[in-house]
Design a protein around this ligand. Structure first.
Ligand code: GYE
Length: 344
């Protein structure tokens, strides 16, 4: 057992109010069994990276960021692509574990089904860092079962989108919400943050917002984070709700799809229908400049540098937070021009 890691664990026990000296040997033994797998200090690492798919610019940018950074540092990447199929990602993780990388760094496509995969890696003695999407903490816990989650505050992203939309519509809108992949952490949280602000609600029993009287959500349906499904779902919902005046899409690709559906139906995105989304890809920045998309909350796909830096901190025995929060910018017509073609 790495001494630095042992120290980290004891610090945690102490922080939890359980002094190590007060623990019976059996309890200590059980605590060790819960230890995160260690990561030795080495000159080079073999890193497992199980991507969810390659069906949008965000995913491609994330994969490239991991590949580029691994190449720069001379690390070997064992990469898989689940083709946006959760069952395949579960199988991919299992097969990468069998190849015994030093560490597994990956985005779990769905937060429930991939949680056991994290435990599987831990059992095999392979430490895990989750990037961009998290798993359910009642099954797998950061700091206990995996090192940490590196990613954005998705609830806050949803809130920021709602705040902007309330401002842009003067607090009066009939909204269609295009949700991300069902069961994906960002889809769940982006809906929660947005809906809470618009409709009012509570978080763990505490009221967080009162409804905005003039804002209503006409329909909320998944478009699977893709442009094509965003367009198709928007086409269908537009027929059922021709009185729509705003769209909130959980990512840019679906917003771009919705813009196409609106234009095909003779509507004027940016004028009679106001759109807001999340990510900050090139096409979205351009759509803002063109006056079709109102704003997008940034969600960065560039995880390579921060993922490997975090990995090295772990190898060095540094105490890490359970969540490494990625801070996001915001793009609207006030700043979009300076980012044209500079994103991904
Ligand atoms: O917003 C979306 C992608 O998990 C944060 O997944 C990520 C999201 C991102 O497909 O475009």
């Amino acid at each position: 057992m790495d001494r630095e890691l042992s120290r980290r664990h004891l610090l945690k026990l102490a922080a939890a109010g359980a002094g190590a000296a007060a623990l019976s040997p059996r309890l200590v033994q059980r605590a060790w069994a819960q230890e995160l797998p260690p990561l030795p200090k080495k000159d080079t690492y073999t890193v497992g990276f199980c991507q969810t798919g390659s069906n949008n610019p965000w995913r491609l940018a994330e994969t490239k960021s991991m590949q580029d950074e691994a190449a720069k540092r001379g690390y070997k990447l064992i990469a898989t692509d689940a083709n946006e199929d959760t069952a395949k990602q579960i199988a991919d993780v299992a097969s990468v574990i069998a190849q015994r990388p030093d560490i597994l760094i990956f985005p779990p496509r769905e937060s429930g089904p991939l949680a056991p995969s994290v435990l599987q890696a831990k059992q095999a003695g392979i430490p895990v860092i989750l990037i961009d999407r998290d798993v359910e903490h009642d099954v797998a816990m950061p700091g206990r079962d995996y090192i940490t989650f590196i990613g954005s505050d998705f609830v806050d992203q949803g809130r920021r989108a709602a705040e902007w939309l309330i401002g842009a519509t003067g607090g009066n809108a009939r909204i269609i919400e295009l949700e991300g992949t069902t069961g994906a952490d960002p889809a769940i949280d982006r809906k929660q943050g947005f809906d809470e602000l618009i409709l009012g609600g509570s978080f763990k029993g505490t009221p967080v917002a009162t409804p905005v009287a003039g804002m209503q959500i006409l329909a909320s349906q998944t478009g699977n984070f893709t442009r094509n499904e965003g367009r198709q779902v928007m086409e269908t919902l537009l027929q059922a709700h021709p009185d729509v005046t705003a769209v909130y899409a959980h990512n840019d690709e679906m917003a771009i799809g919705a813009i196409a559906a609106l234009e095909a139906a003779g509507r004027k995105p940016g004028q009679d229908v106001i759109l807001v989304s999340i990510d900050g890809e090139n096409d979205a920045i351009q759509a803002i400049v063109d006056g079709k998309l109102g704003a997008t909350v940034e969600s960065s796909p560039f995880f390579g540098p921060i993922a490997f830096d975090t990995m090295l901190k772990y190898a060095n025995g540094e105490d890490l937070p359970d969540w490494v929060v990625v801070v996001d910018r915001f793009f609207d017509k006030s700043n979009a021009a300076e980012f044209v073609g500079k994103q991904y």
